[in-house]
Design a protein around this ligand. Structure first.
Ligand SMILES: [Zn+2]
Length: 156
């Protein structure tokens, strides 16, 4: 069972509170945990045997990459990123999905190399702490901000 396929089924049933927007190749969702404020994911629509970018046809891959880039740009704008981190990993669930993390100075606290470095230098217990789950009203505000930024970028 794939967690991301489950979440997509929730979106289709209108039951995923993190869902922001459907694009041609995937779904935009706000991350469950928000230590890095504005952490957003872009979930590819299909799973099956497509678990690598090189499993996609050229045109589909180009569109998936383009849409991911627009979502990253929107997250940067909505959440005031100094730098965006865009990762496609898949070691938890192989389902193609992008982790789009807005980064700002000091967001690793005392961790990392003098407070600098990749998101995975934050201890897992802190990254996934329940304290980092957005409250329902905060989640709605974040979704509205990201959605507005997406509108602006797509219409530019
Ligand atoms: Zn899946």
């Amino acid at each position: 069972m794939c967690l991301i396929c489950d979440r997509i089924e929730m979106i289709k049933r209108g039951e995923n509170p993190y869902f922001v927007r459907e694009l041609k190749t995937g779904y935009v969702v706000i991350g469950d945990h928000q230590h890095f404020r504005g952490y957003t994911l872009f979930l590819y629509k299909e799973h099956g045997d497509k678990t690598e970018l090189f499993h996609l046809g050229k045109a589909e891959r180009a569109l998936f990459m383009e849409e991911m880039t627009l979502v990253a740009q929107a997250a940067a704008k909505a959440f005031g990123a100094e730098k965006m981190n865009c990762e496609l990993l898949g070691m938890g669930d192989a389902h193609l999905h992008w982790h789009l993390t807005p980064r700002v100075s000091g967001d690793l606290g005392t961790y990392g190399n003098h407070g600098k470095g990749p998101v995975w230098w934050l201890p897992m217990e802190e990254m996934y702490s329940d304290e980092n789950r957005p409250a329902a009203d905060e989640l709605e505000k974040m979704k509205a901000k990201l959605s507005a930024a997406l509108d602006e970028i797509v219409n530019e």
